[in-house]
Design a binder for this molecule. Structure first.
Ligand code: DC
Length: 225
């Protein structure tokens, strides 16, 4: 019997990582955050002074650096860049823009695909990102498209940044989020869209608990049926 996979896609700030982690914990599955992989390459570009929109330079960078994803004994995902644990560094706000830009390069997407697929071949996974249900795991057992209004997503991101100690004005957060939505959905390579067969879950106005309940219902009726 093969491993089970749950694909959760959606725009930035929809609550994917928090909810996907909780769904994985509830089911005993491995949580895989694919955005962290693009963020690690974005960080490499920033550190090496590489223009994240220069395809040839970014591809050379990808080939020249070591990006590793490992889960600790507690099941928490860590990202490594050339052996250094960069799990914290990739969360800085400027990395969001860099990662969105490098992720639009087709060779970057294909170069990072195997890492994602092989995890799903070796574990039961809850994997979140932008193209998991459409490209990475098109045969996932359950596909969810998680959304919320831009204003609500910006408010959540704003609060998250305050908690992390890296606050940004709300208007700036909303503007950046709308820009990133446009980049992630408008790009030619694996744009963000609802996968065929994906259940759309809109969490606008829902508490985290309510959203988790809705997701678990979708998952249970889908995977466990
Ligand atoms: O989920 P996130 O905000 O950490 O993702 C950072 C960027 O990476 C996002 O703007 C688009 C890109 N990304 C992607 O193209 N495909 C994925 N599966 C996950 C993220």
């Amino acid at each position: 019997m093969g491993f089970k996979s749950i694909a959760i896609d959606g725009p930035a700030g929809a609550g994917k990582s928090t909810l996907a982690r909780q769904v994985a914990a509830a089911l005993g599955y491995l949580y895989v955050d694919t955005g962290a992989i693009y963020r690690t390459l974005g960080l490499a570009a920033l550190r090496h002074g590489v223009d994240p929109q220069d395809g040839a330079a970014v591809v050379a960078l990808l080939q020249g650096c070591a990006i590793d994803l490992r889960h600790g004994g507690d099941g928490v995902q860590h990202m490594y860049l050339d052996g250094e644990d960069v799990s914290e560094a990739i969360r800085r706000p400027e990395i969001s823009d860099y990662s969105s830009k490098v992720s639009a390069i087709p060779e970057v997407r294909s170069g990072l695909m195997e890492m994602q697929r092989s995890l799903a071949q070796q574990h039961n996974v809850v994997m979140d990102g932008r193209d998991i249900g459409t490209v990475v795991l098109p045969n996932a057992d359950v596909k969810i498209f998680l959304t919320a209004s831009p204003e609500e997503r910006a408010r959540r991101r704003f609060e998250e940044l305050v908690q992390r100690g890296t606050p940004q004005p709300y208007e700036e957060v909303l503007r950046d989020l709308k820009e990133r939505d446009a980049k992630d959905t408008g790009r030619a390579a694996a744009p963000l869209r609802r996968a065929e067969g994906a259940v759309e879950v809109d969490t606008t106005g829902c508490s985290l608990e309510e959203s988790l309940e809705r997701l678990l219902t979708v998952v249970r009726t889908g995977v466990m049926a």
